[in-house]
Design a protein around this ligand. Structure first.
Ligand SMILES: [Zn+2]
Length: 171
């Protein structure tokens, strides 16, 4: 499975895909059938995307299939996800969840260009290359978050242009 396929599938499984776009992509990717588990593929192409419960079942099935081979936590985390200190397993509904400790384990956090705000930094996954903007304000135990960001945002930050605090700019 290539990275584009992986991103589309995980995004759908997390519940963050635009359904019409996902459905259109699903039928346009001719290789998908040969790289996805046969049963899961059939479920996806026969899914009634206008029925929320059917979509949820398809996502759930896809999630457990994808989770078997995941190498890092990036694709399980949402584009913008809050972190709760002392609770490493972050559950979003009955099947969407990710583990903060496992997430941190693959992150390269050496890129910290802003001394002023040392609680706000960019990390990059050593396994899949996803960039994350991490907010870790001091003395704030519930407001911590991670946000998936683009290569462009990382370049801008390296040049001193950090995005304003509170904006969401998914990569
Ligand atoms: Zn990763």
């Amino acid at each position: 499975m290539n990275t584009v396929q992986q991103k589309h599938l995980w995004k759908f499984a997390r519940g963050e895909a635009e359904l019409q776009l996902f459905e259109a992509w699903l039928y346009s990717d001719e290789e998908l059938e040969s790289v996805v588990d046969g049963h899961v593929y059939l479920r996806l192409i026969s899914c009634d995307f206008s029925d929320p419960e059917a979509v949820r079942q398809c996502r759930k099935e896809l999630w457990s299939n994808l989770a078997v081979n995941k190498q890092c936590e990036c694709e399980s985390a949402r584009n913008f996800d809050t972190i709760r200190v002392f609770r490493s397993d972050l559950r979003r509904d009955d099947f969407v969840h990710w583990n903060y400790d496992q997430f941190v384990a693959t992150q390269d956090t050496s890129f910290k260009p802003s001394d002023e705000l040392d609680w706000r930094y960019i990390s990059r996954c050593k396994v899949c290359g996803t960039n994350w903007l991490v907010n870790h304000p001091p003395r704030n135990f519930d407001g911590n978050s991670i946000e998936r960001v683009s290569d462009q945002l990382v370049e801008d930050a390296k040049n001193g242009a950090w995005p304003p605090i509170g904006t969401k700019t998914f990569g």
